[in-house]
Design a binder for this molecule. Sequence first.
Ligand code: FE
Length: 296
Amino acid sequence: MDRFGKYVKELFEWNEDMKKFLGSDKVDKNFALWEKLDNFTDLMESISTPLSDTELLNLQSEAETIHEEMEEYFNRKQELGVIWIAESVVPPGSHTLPDLPYPYNALEPYISEEIMKVHHDKHHYSYVEGLNKAELRMVEAREKSDFSLVKHWSRELAFHGSGHYLHTIFWENMGPRGEERPKRRLEKEIKSYFGSYEAFKKHFSEAAIQVEGSGWVLLVWSPRSRHLEIVQSEKHSGQALWDTIPILVLDVWEHAYYLQYKNNRAAYVENWWKIVNWSNVEMRFEKAVELKWNSF
Ligand code: FE
């Protein structure tokens, strides 16, 4: 093998690997980048061996440019907090119980193995089953165009869906090696909004202690106000499906239609479809699909 043969061979393999990776359905499509890699293949295939110095320099600078672009692509995705591995779609009725990210006894002495077993295997699992059932019933309702039970199944979907999504976050929010306090950007954000970490912690704890009956307390990020907030949730949801992003909403409070439609909400709903700004909905959708969590 000539003196640069090995280098070119490695480049070639790297290039092929990157193409395979970008082309796989596990990753966001980036056709521009893929095309560059493909052109690079052509370039490598067209050169003769042994390489002249000019050819080698050319190849090297081209490889560096592509390498930088690939790196920038991945860094940007990670910096944005966008998980760039594309997760598979979960079809209706196909949610699964995620494994605990650590053993059942890993949180002892703070949370016992016994609690973790029952909580994860029984309670969380029942939400997964409940969500699957509600989704399938909704599919059936749409197929038959029979929405007589839509109120019931919407409630079930929100209750079990929020139960499933929140528990999935909950397990991952904890770990055997607890950390004293948040770091980096989150720490700054907490300080700037709540005054101090201590003030945040007190607020969060009090909110948790004072949830009416069963429920949750959540630290949330509002993309609208661009600040954090603490909210209580009675039961799982109060009919909302947590960990989802609203794309299209319709206000059916009486104040939204009563002056004009009196009690004929159906007429208001029917007419409302004529004024939906789908470009706006599309824009919200485009932003929302950028955010990806592991699917379960
Ligand atoms: Fe629970």
